[in-house]
Design a protein. Structure first.
Length: 247
């Protein structure tokens, strides 16, 4: 199908759960069809995650883990870019690496801003006290009324960061692999697709969050499967919205 570089996404009116399941099934088929590559890709990301966690713990910055894990949802899509060409079955035009880096830099700014915001919120609630270890900080937050208030308010504010990051990156990254388009235009089209398919994207974002959380709760091991699965599925989500290629 020939499409304009700047053509907008279609609006999907099918039940959201049905559409999300279709995207995940298509992603799972790609995962099984490219099993060795998918597992190597996922394991490499898990190893990188372990290195980052170990670096924070041994440097005495373990308290950063909680907001960092939340902020990781913002930059996670960048880690799946290498899977889109496999899911598409076509190398397509030359990938605009500079534009992908631009989107990645913007998502990184969002993540860093969120981490700084979380730090300031902690200081407002508990004062300028030194951070203890990750476990002690988490226990402090879940065992006191002020901690619960911080968790609730932090989740709401973090949700705003995550929602905006999701809206501009959900479809812009596969689009940059598929089309010769600049990063800002791709982010704009992704935002437009998200707002015009708001209910569907709410379900899709919830599925991504749930699977990612499941992977984190397994000590990151589950992400070896979750990352490739979501990468492939994201391509199929983009393809259906922008090409009409339902699978």
């Amino acid at each position: 199908m020939t499409i304009s570089v700047y053509s907008k996404a279609q609006v999907i009116t099918e039940p959201p759960i049905q559409v999300v399941k279709r995207w995940l099934r298509a992603g799972w088929r790609d995962f099984k069809a490219n099993l060795e590559y998918s597992l190597c890709y996922g394991i490499a990301l898990v190893l990188l995650g372990w290195v980052c966690v170990a670096g924070l713990v041994f440097s005495g910055q373990g308290w950063v883990l909680l907001p960092l894990l939340a902020g990781g949802v913002l930059v996670g899509p960048i880690a799946t870019v290498g899977l889109y060409s496999i899911a598409s079955g076509d190398t397509g035009p030359a990938v605009a690496k500079g534009q992908i880096a631009l989107v990645g830099a913007i998502l990184m700014v969002f993540a860093l801003t969120w981490i700084r915001t979380a730090t300031v919120m902690f200081a407002i609630v508990y004062g300028l006290r030194p951070f203890s270890g990750f476990a002690d900080t988490l226990l402090l937050m879940i065992s006191t009324p002020s901690g619960w208030a911080l968790l609730v308010s932090g989740s709401l504010i973090g949700g705003l960061f995550a929602s905006l990051g999701f809206a501009i990156s959900a479809f812009s990254l596969p689009m940059l692999v598929d089309r010769k388009i600049d990063g800002f235009s791709a982010m704009g089209l992704s935002f437009n697709a998200t707002t015009h398919n708001f209910r569907l994207c709410l379900y899709w974002g919830s599925a991504i969050t749930a699977l990612t959380l499941l992977g984190i709760l397994t000590g990151l091991l589950g992400l070896a499967v979750v990352f490739p699965l979501l990468g492939y599925s994201t391509w199929h989500a983009y393809a259906e919205l922008f090409h009409g290629d339902a699978q």
